[in-house]
Design a protein around this ligand. Structure first.
Ligand SMILES: [Zn+2]
Length: 111
């Protein structure tokens, strides 16, 4: 059975062309989707990239100024590959479930 439509197990280096990447058991970083980067941050996908990721999150605070009142409103991840090539993933649409709880432990899955 083809694995083309299945979730890979790991994210490999940027331009990896190993057998697993060809078979889509792994995905090279250059092809990683926002959803796959979100899964990597929560540990659902292994990180084989040897790449430093920078994560920036924005929180909204609308319910007074007390600890825990802020909710995460956007998350972006960037990685500098080489020669000034920077990849960016916007994970804002993937804050439901495990990723959202990384930034907001009180978050529920159904917001
Ligand atoms: Zn590979």
């Amino acid at each position: 059975m083809s694995r083309l439509d299945q979730t890979p197990y790991a994210i490999d280096p940027y331009d990896c062309g190993c057998t697993e990447c060809i078979l889509r058991d792994y995905v090279p970083l250059r092809d990683a989707t926002d959803e796959q980067i979100a899964q990597m941050l929560t540990g659902e996908l292994r990180n084989n990239t040897s790449t430093e990721f920078r994560i920036s999150a924005e929180w909204s605070l609308s319910d007074g100024f007390r600890p825990g009142a802020a909710t995460v409103s956007s998350v972006q991840v960037t990685a500098e590959i080489w020669g000034g090539l920077t990849l960016t993933w916007d994970l804002t649409d993937h804050l439901d479930g495990p990723l959202g709880r990384l930034f907001d432990p009180d978050a529920t899955d159904d917001r």
